[in-house]
Design a protein around this ligand. Structure first.
Ligand code: NZQ
Ligand code: ZN
Length: 392
């Protein structure tokens, strides 16, 4: 049991048609000029953007719009948003879309009041001291950005993907209507479910300690997603399952599933960010492709957690050595990923890095994490290389 700080200031407004209340929420938040930020078209096709415009007009709140956020959101659009935001005197940013839109909105929010280059924050050179506040209407249950303090942006030149975490980046409010996620392609639903599981496991696998209550919450999140992901692939409009997964996504990355565990691992995430930065793959699929290799590489340094995971989360019988049980748990997780059509290797992901490219991935990862990372096992660049090799 370790000391912890749990801070989740985001107001969550959860339920059917809650997006229609966005105008009044913005008013309550004191917004006088809003930047509506969105992606490459799903919110236009679904009619959500029109609903947002109507709600803002009804509330009498003027707004500007900036669409075009792509998955693995780009710094170049963030710069455009900062310019637009300053020109239009924006005092609130409304993200309407998936995690990429939310992350791009947070980056614009940091950039508007900052006199330097917003990339300074992502490049670990500076800490943000102010943000133009962000609220959101989420359309994809996955990243947990709707309650997290993180934003992940990719610099266009060189595909350098970097995360920046600061409590200023936690949204003021998040509107979560599970109905909005029914239009997702099955692949994105699976990527999202994988990401949610992984945010929970990144906190679960630590050699630094645990709290039973936190482990039980983690078990609840992972088991809930494992139950409802297959239902959604068969029945995409199932409201109950959409709602279960959506709330699991928020809980998985708002800090709750790490309280008292003494520190997160997040090595799989950081290894994956290099993959999606360099090859532009979907984050959730990239995680599935790497996780089993990471797990086998580190398990002996954190065996009791892997055994507990196998028995309590993956329902593996307590037969054989601790190591055998732990390995079966890892295999069962990979079987689940396969069952929802996620890759469990880089080749299945469609990525075939050469040995030289693996060295580049490892070097970039090392730059991003400051040389080492991991709470289950501390990993260094030579370890990154071995895990990428295993995941080929
Ligand atoms: O651009 P549009 O047309 O909206 O299409 C998107 C995009 O193509 C589409 N989509 C979203 N909602 C939809 C929909 N299509 C149909 N119906 C809907 N309701 O889905 C595609 C993927 O969207 P994206 O926002 O990129 O996905 P996701 O939410 O998984 O976000 C991934 C990004 O978040 C980062 C990832 O690294 C990646 O860059 N992460 C952010 C985190 C955070 N801020 O806390 C933590 C995560 O670990 C993660 O790293
Ligand atoms: Zn993630």
């Amino acid at each position: 049991m370790n000391d912890f700080v749990y801070y989740t200031p985001t107001k969550v407004i959860f339920g059917k048609d809650k997006e229609n209340e966005v105008g009044s929420e913005l008013k309550k938040a004191g917004a006088t000029k809003v930047l509506v930020h969105y992606g490459t078209g799903s919110v236009i096709r679904s009619g959500l953007l029109d609903k947002v415009r109507t709600s803002l007009n009804e509330a009498g709140i003027p707004f500007a719009e900036l669409g075009g956020v792509v998955p693995n959101p780009r710094l170049s659009l963030v710069y455009q948003g900062i310019e637009l935001g300053r020109r239009e005197k924006i005092d609130f940013i409304l993200a309407v879309g998936g995690g990429s839109v939310l992350d791009s909105a947070k980056a614009i929010g940091y950039g508007i009041p900052y006199s330097g280059d917003v990339w300074d924050f992502y490049d670990r050179k500076k800490q943000a001291e102010a943000i133009v506040p962000v609220g959101d209407i989420l359309t994809l249950a996955a990243t947990g950005s709707e309650m997290s303090n993180s934003s992940v942006i990719t610099k266009d030149e060189g595909g350098i993907k970097r995360g920046y975490s600061n409590n200023l980046g936690r949204p003021v409010f998040s509107i979560l209507d599970p109905q909005l996620t029914t239009t997702l392609p099955p692949f994105q639903t699976s990527c999202g479910c994988t990401d949610i599981i992984m945010h929970t496991l990144e906190r679960y696998f630590t050699a630094k300690g645990n709290m039973d209550i936190t482990d039980e919450m983690a078990r609840g999140v992972v088991k809930t997603v494992m139950k409802h992901a297959p239902i959604l692939l068969a029945d995409p409009e199932n409201y109950q399952s959409r709602a279960e997964v959506m709330w699991a996504g928020s809980l998985s990355h708002n800090g709750l599933t790490g309280c008292g565990n003494g520190g997160d691992d997040f090595a799989t995430h950081r290894l994956e960010h290099e993959l999606s930065g360099m090859y532009d793959v979907s984050h959730g699929a990239g995680l599935a492709a790497l996780w089993g290799s990471w797990a086998r590489y580190v398990m002996d340094d954190c065996l009791w957690r892997f055994r507990k995971f196998a028995v309590e989360i993956m329902d593996i019988p307590e037969e054989g050595s601790d190591r055998q049980i732990a390995l079966k748990g890892i295999e069962a997780m990979e079987d689940f990923f396969r069952s929802i059509n996620m890759p469990v290797s880089m080749s299945q992901l469609g990525v075939h890095p050469s040995d030289e490219e693996i060295q580049i991935l490892a070097r970039k990862c090392s730059d991003a994490v400051g040389g080492h990372i991991g709470a289950a096992k501390v990993l260094y660049p030579e370890d990154f290389v071995k895990i990428y090799q295993m995941a080929k």
